[in-house]
Design a binder for this molecule. Structure first.
Ligand SMILES: N[C@@H](CCC(=O)N[C@@H](CS)C(=O)NCC(=O)O)C(=O)O
Length: 220
């Protein structure tokens, strides 16, 4: 049977990037549909009526929403080049860390660019504690997934967004000096051939962040 795989996303979304990376790691051909989130398409609203958010994967007409759920669906549907470990305990741990990233790190990352002064310093402090926690999980491993990109690495691409945004806004949250382990991991991730293919041009990202968040007070 011919597979029909569609991905509804937006170019800058870290959640969308998760799905693009996973599909490319698996070598799954897909049609990408860029959404305008200020004027969502009837198709997006039909496929994700609960959250009305991207990304949505539509596989042979059946929609799946929520990026971590989609990643698991992809891994179970196309079994080659696994993203999640097979061992139940390791799998649970991968889910744990991906959930940590979404429940803790991402909310702080969305706050930091729109806060100012003391509040912003507090958020930066919170983010840096979370980055330290992730460093202790990564330890001396090449990737969270071991030798190659796995579920947690894909989820943790929110850190790539952090690095782009801090550069655009002249902030220093994740630096090589403060976070040598994560800095090395970040470099390996952005150098990965598949990941690279999924990244929008750096200049486009930088100018988007400057325009959108440029009025925030930089805190070092
Ligand atoms: N928890 C969701 C988050 C997805 C998300 O926040 N998508 C944003 C774009 S990055 C969105 O569609 N926002 C539109 C809206 O909130 O109306 C996931 O993991 O897929």
């Amino acid at each position: 049977m011919t597979e029909e795989v569609k991905l509804f996303g937006t170019w800058l979304s870290v959640f969308n990037r998760r799905i693009e990376v996973a599909l490319k790691l698996k070598g799954v051909q897909f049609e990408y549909i860029e959404e305008n989130l200020s004027n969502k398409s009837p198709a997006l609203l039909k496929y994700n009526p609960v959250h009305k958010k991207i990304p949505v994967l539509v596989h042979n007409g059946k929609p799946v929403a929520e990026s971590l759920v989609i990643l698991e669906y992809i891994d179970e549907t196309w079994k080659h080049n696994p993203i999640l470990p097979t061992d139940p305990y390791e799998k649970a741990m991968a889910r744990f860390w991906a959930k940590y990233i979404d429940d803790k790190l991402w909310p702080a990352l969305t706050k930091v660019w729109v806060s100012k002064g003391e509040e912003q310093k507090g958020v930066i402090d919170e983010i840096q504690k979370q980055l330290k926690t992730l460093e202790s999980e990564l330890k001396e491993k090449k990737f969270f997934g071991g030798e190659s990109l796995g579920f947690v690495d894909i989820a943790a691409n929110v850190i790539v967004w952090l690095v782009v945004a801090q550069e655009a806004l002249g902030m220093e949250i994740l630096t090589e000096e403060k976070f040598p382990v994560l800095h090395g991991w970040h470099q390996r991730l952005v150098d990965d051939a598949v990941f690279k293919e999924c990244m929008p041009p750096r200049d486009r990202q930088l100018s988007f962040v400057k325009v959108r968040f440029g009025s925030s007070t930089p805190s070092k």
